[in-house]
Ligand binder design. Sequence first.
Ligand SMILES: *Cc1c(COP(=O)(O)O)cnc(C)c1O
Ligand code: SF4
Length: 394
Amino acid sequence: MADDFLDFRSHAPGYWPASAMDQWDDHKWQLKNRISGLTDLEPHLPLTDEERAGVLLAGNKLAMSITPHFFNLIDREDPDCPIRRQVIPRLEEAWTAPEELADPCGEDSHMPVPGLVHRYPDRVLFLVTDRCASYCRYCTRSRVVSGVGDQQLETQWEAAFEYLEKTPQVRDVLLSGGDPLLFSDAKLEKILSRLSAIPHIQFIRIGSRIPIFLPQRITPDLCAMLRKYHPLFISIHTNHPKELTSEVRDALGRLADTGIPLGNQSVLLRGVNDSAEVQRALVHKLLMCRVRPYYLYQCDLIKGSSHLRTSVSEGLEIIENLRGHTTGYAIPQFVIDGPGGGGKIPLNPDYVLSRTDGKTVLRNYEGETFEYPEPTRAPADALTALKDRSACCS
Ligand SMILES: *Cc1c(COP(=O)(O)O)cnc(C)c1O
Ligand code: SF4
């Protein structure tokens, strides 16, 4: 099959010494060798002045951390490289726009127990860690993630489990953070087994960017453990087709072979994936990796994100350019998380032109107009006549 999944085994170690090659596939080596400060970064990559200032200012906001695997995807000649924009801080990040919020989705005010967000009737978001393999500069939870900001994530494990045990309307638990797959297999299994022992919990999901940042972590042992907790879904997070390398595709294949349905969440980011072309390439590669695009998020109003946010109409235009033009499975739902705590609100291009006079006037993806009438019910006398006719047939 024709594809363009870069084989990073043949590129590795990239910017690292050749000796790193032996340990490249070891996720512990990847974590230990993360780029996390100016002194690690500068020998590997010529920085712009804006990036150097951004790195220096990031230290008390959201830490910088980049796995060698992900760092290798950066094009060092291109200061606007879409990979680079996601993980290397820029000066603009230190500036807060008036519309920006520390807790853009209003999560802190929907926590019955610290670390457990219960906003929707039947499901909860369980923030199990504040650490990730690498940090995204637009992280919606940058107020707590990475542990360097003013606020700390103080998940109360026992109280959270007890709340879930006595709240029968919760049938779906989404583990997130931070990145739950950063836990050891044993620690993750403790959480999964405790949750799956609760009779009203019908299924568990994990939100993770580990398959992208650290595909080496998706080991056969991890998969063998996860397999015991079906039905288990995983939502990955990827934004640009370049992130889907052969190593990532193999890791996703291992999860899919484990029987885990995979979805993807993307954030619409200026200069990263704000074009129909990039989005189309991304969703097609995701399907080849057996991942169904799930949500495309309008970027939340996170502090210091204005240089990465787009207008809402750009997102709608992208969906307009996908729907009808490509596989329905490839099209994510575009959503805005209502600022301050509204939850996910779907946005769609306007395909309904009017709904009056017992009919809906629609347009299709090519702009042609169609009318769909409301149902006409059979009149009683017509039915009586038909019944009489059936009587003479018997
Ligand atoms: C996103 C989210 C969920 C899950 O929403 P789905 O639309 O079911 O994927 C649950 N709780 C919170 C607080 C969320 O932000
Ligand atoms: S992986 Fe998710 S939680 Fe971690 S920094 Fe990125 S967006 Fe935030």
